[in-house]
Structures are given as structure tokens and as C-alpha cells.
Design a binder for this molecule. Structure first.
Ligand SMILES: [Zn+2]
Length: 254
């Protein structure tokens, strides 16, 4: 049973890694209901979560979730002690706290940009979370932590991406890095420069020595210098030989 559960979790985690760019340390946002259930079922959250996810985790909550536990009184004192140990993430309700469920929902915004896992036993909250694509959910059932399968909203989102209707952040990044690796953006510029050089360079050469071009076609940049030197030497020879009239205008043009 535990093996099967772990296998399923692995599959689900890689789904979120691949499609929604989840990375370690996994951010897990917890509320009082989850801590209460963990306490009842004698589950050590801090020990179990990294084991279950097979990776580093960061357990966190919000001040609203803590406040709510305080107001609910003695019955939830144990849950409050557990929740207090986790990092408190900044929520937008510092001045006027809201119910934990409302707060956690607001932490996920429209598309869970901070890649939170959410651990809660609050059913209305769970329903709200399932409407947001890319939110992995934990709940406790039969004495164990369970990572829920991807919600329909997540599956729909992934399908839309695959159909080309959306580009996921992960895809955008990989496109950018691929471009960088292959230097596509830079190559365009280089090619344009090269073309310009080719256009500007051959003109003096082709005007002067067409025979040479046929013999030595490959190195484009060294051509003018070599050609010029050879011409000069030939001009000198020609001048000494007596072919002055033809060579003279070419020498002035270089
Ligand atoms: Zn809040």
C-alpha cells in the first residue's frame, strides 16, 4: 500500500514539475485544519512531508491562519502549537485578518505563481483551490497524508498548452534557453553583418582583378590586403616594364 501511494505521489509530483515548474524546496502552505488532523492521527508533518515528496520541503502558513486558530480556542491549541513552528508568509491582510480559507486562496492568486502545495482539510477551500490550475493538494485520510491527483483545472490547462493555445512558463523558459544555446538571436545579427561585408568588400576587388577572384575564392577578409599588395608589386613591375597607363588608375583607386 505504501509503495503504491509513493508511486502515485512521484507521478503527481513530476506532473507539477514538468507542467508547472515546481522545484525543490517544495513550498507547502498549511492551515489549522490540516495540523489538527495530523495531531489527531499522530502524524509528524515535518518528518513525513519530505519523505512523502522525496525532496526538500519548506512548511509555511500565514498570520491569518494562525489568528483563526487563536480565536477558535482551547480545542485547537495543539494545532496552533504545530502551525506556529512553520514559516509565516506575508499575506495582504496584516491589518485586518480574514478567515484562513480566504487568506490561503488569496495567496495562490490566479495561477499559483509561487508554486505552493496546499495542505488543508477544509472542503470549501479545497473546492476553490481545485479551480486554480497548478495547485497540488494534500489532505489526511485514514491516518496518512495523501497528495491529491491533479485537478481537472490543472489537466485542462496542460491540455490547452499542448494544443498550443497557451505557452506555459516552463516552455517559455526552455524556448529562451534554447535560443541562447544556439545563439539564434545573435546569429541573425552576425549574418547580417557578414552579408554587409560581402557586399561592401568585393566591389574594389572585382573592379581591379577578376582573374584573381576565380583562383582564390575562399578567404573574404584577407583578399583586399593581399590583392592590394600583389597589385602594388605588379604595378611596380609593370611600371618598370612599361605598362604604366593601365596600372596607374587602379593603384590610385585602392
Ligand atoms: Zn491573510
Amino acid at each position: 500500500m505504501t509503495n503504491k501511494r509513493q508511486k502515485q505521489a512521484k507521478k503527481t509530483i513530476s506532473f507539477y514539475k514538468y507542467n508547472f515548474s515546481f522545484r525543490e524546496p517544495y513550498q507547502i502552505l498549511l492551515d489549522g485544519t490540516f495540523c489538527q488532523a495530523a495531531l489527531k492521527n499522530k502524524i509528524q508533518i515535518k518528518e513525513q512531508m519530505p519523505k512523502y515528496l522525496m525532496g526538500e520541503v519548506q512548511l509555511c502558513t500565514t498570520s491569518c491562519a494562525l489568528k483563526e486558530l487563536e480565536t477558535l480556542g482551547k480545542e485547537l491549541y495543539g494545532a496552533k502549537i504545530i502551525l506556529q513552528r512553520f514559516q509565516v508568509r506575508r499575506c495582504p491582510h496584516l491589518k485586518s485578518p480574514v478567515p484562513a480559507s480566504e487568506c490561503l486562496l488569496s495567496m495562490l492568486e490566479e495561477n499559483n505563481p509561487h508554486h505552493y502545495f496546499v495542505a488543508t482539510q477544509d472542503h470549501p477551500l479545497t473546492t476553490g483551490l481545485k479551480a486554480i490550475p497548478g495547485v497540488p493538494l494534500f489532505y489526511i485520510i485514514l491516518n496518512t497524508i495523501v497528495l491529491d491527483k491533479p485537478s481537472q483545472a490543472s489537466l485542462d490547462h496542460v491540455q490547452a498548452v499542448q494544443l498550443g493555445e497557451l505557452v506555459s512558463p516552463a516552455q517559455q523558459r526552455s524556448i529562451c534557453s534554447l535560443k541562447e544555446e544556439q545563439g539564434i538571436g545573435q546569429k541573425d545579427g552576425e549574418q547580417r553583418k557578414k552579408r554587409k561585408r560581402k557586399q561592401s568588400n568585393p566591389n574594389p576587388l572585382s573592379c581591379l582583378k577578376k582573374k584573381k577572384k576565380k583562383g582564390v575564392p575562399t578567404p573574404p577578409l584577407k583578399k583586399p590586403e593581399e590583392g592590394a599588395k600583389r597589385k602594388r608589386s605588379r604595378h611596380k613591375k609593370r611600371r618598370t616594364e612599361g605598362g604604366d597607363m593601365e596600372a596607374a588608375p587602379a593603384a590610385t583607386s585602392t
